[in-house]
Design a protein around this ligand. Structure first.
Ligand code: HEC
Length: 131
């Protein structure tokens, strides 16, 4: 009895307009998500899919940032870093950085050093393209 009394309070037109507005909000949400993604792609690693990139993401990103621009540790995208500086840091583990002398093989340390230097070259290329 009571229920059938309440039902007419939900006219079908109201329902469909609610449906339309929820579609709009989902659409708006997706649009924002896409926009955010497009903006943040600048902060990603151009060579993330390489072997060095995978080691970086697994071992270094938590301190140096997922885009290597720094976090707890300094940015690794500064071209003042040479192969020697990077390899020394990996072996010695300055300050709060752990040493990777044992946890990474010499080959992997070389791969990650090449990865960082490649990142500098790619950054330089990108800079030249835009100026
Ligand atoms: C626990 C956090 C942590 C991890 C993990 C870590 N680092 Fe570091 N790293 C640091 C900190 C902090 C410094 C700065 C030390 C200092 O001030 O001397 C640093 C310094 C460095 C430097 C020297 C930078 C310079 O300007 O001289 C290099 C190169 C480096 N890290 C590379 C790496 C690589 C490659 C990895 C992954 C294999 C890695 N780090 C993992 C925290 C970390």
């Amino acid at each position: 009895m009571r229920l059938s009394f309440l039902l007419p309070q939900l006219p079908s037109q109201d329902l469909s307009s609610r449906y339309v507005s929820s579609c709009w909000s989902i659409g708006l949400f997706l649009f924002c998500a896409l926009l955010l993604n497009a903006c943040s792609s600048e902060g990603t690693l151009p060579n993330a899919d390489s072997r060095g990139g995978k080691i970086f993401t697994a071992q270094c990103a938590r301190c140096h940032g997922s885009d290597a621009r720094g976090g707890q540790g300094p940015s690794l995208r500064s071209d003042t870093l040479s192969a020697e500086i990077i390899e020394d840091a990996l072996i010695e583990g300055p300050k709060s950085m752990p040493s990777f002398a044992k946890s990474l093989s010499e080959i992997d340390r070389g791969t990650i050093t090449d990865f960082i230097l490649e990142l500098h070259a790619l950054d330089k290329e990108e800079k030249e393209k835009t100026t």
